[in-house]
Design a protein around this ligand. Sequence first.
Ligand code: GRF
Length: 209
Amino acid sequence: MTEMTKMTVKISILVSGRGTNLQSVIDAIESGEIQNAEIACVISDKKEAYALQRAEKHGIEGIFVNPADFSSRAEYDNKVLEILKEKETDLVLLAGYLRIISDDLINEFKNKIINIHPSLLPSFKGLNAQKQAIEYGVKFTGCTVHFVEPDLDAGPIIMQKIIQVLEDDTPETLAERLLVEENKAYREVVKLFVDEKLEVDGRKVRIKN
Ligand code: GRF
């Protein structure tokens, strides 16, 4: 391989639902906005996840791993890990994946698992972040793309985007406006990762020129 030849980064994406963030990454790869990357597979813990249909429409392998077939989270994640390795995964994206992943899986892919969360972390961790933001009364909220570490929603922050909370916002209207920013942030971060522009130094993530 000459220095000019870039390796293709293989991305596996874990989903549980609708999959707009998955779609955003698919579109960015197909349009050439993200180069030298391909989606190796989409793994879902929900058979009916619409994200699996999105994958299929784009000729991407979708794999349903049924939680009912495993007796513990560790066993389930062993199966996921097996698939990730089989697909020679370089980068794992959590895109609306509702399971907490085990420390073993996280440690195997140190600084190679990225998540998106619909709040400005460290505020409003966990579920229903938009509802939490409205109830707290914040005037601005946003989304956070971060590396995944064993503590929930606590890994080094790569990118955040901000939106205003309007007086008459409901969790649904806020989530809808936020999603537009989420979809942008996720594909921007994936591009930075693929282009090897992210440098992690403790809690700080620097973007190289
Ligand atoms: C997004 O709001 C994301 O921040 C959160 O789950 C939702 C997933 O949406 N983690 P989608 O499945 O990507 O459309």
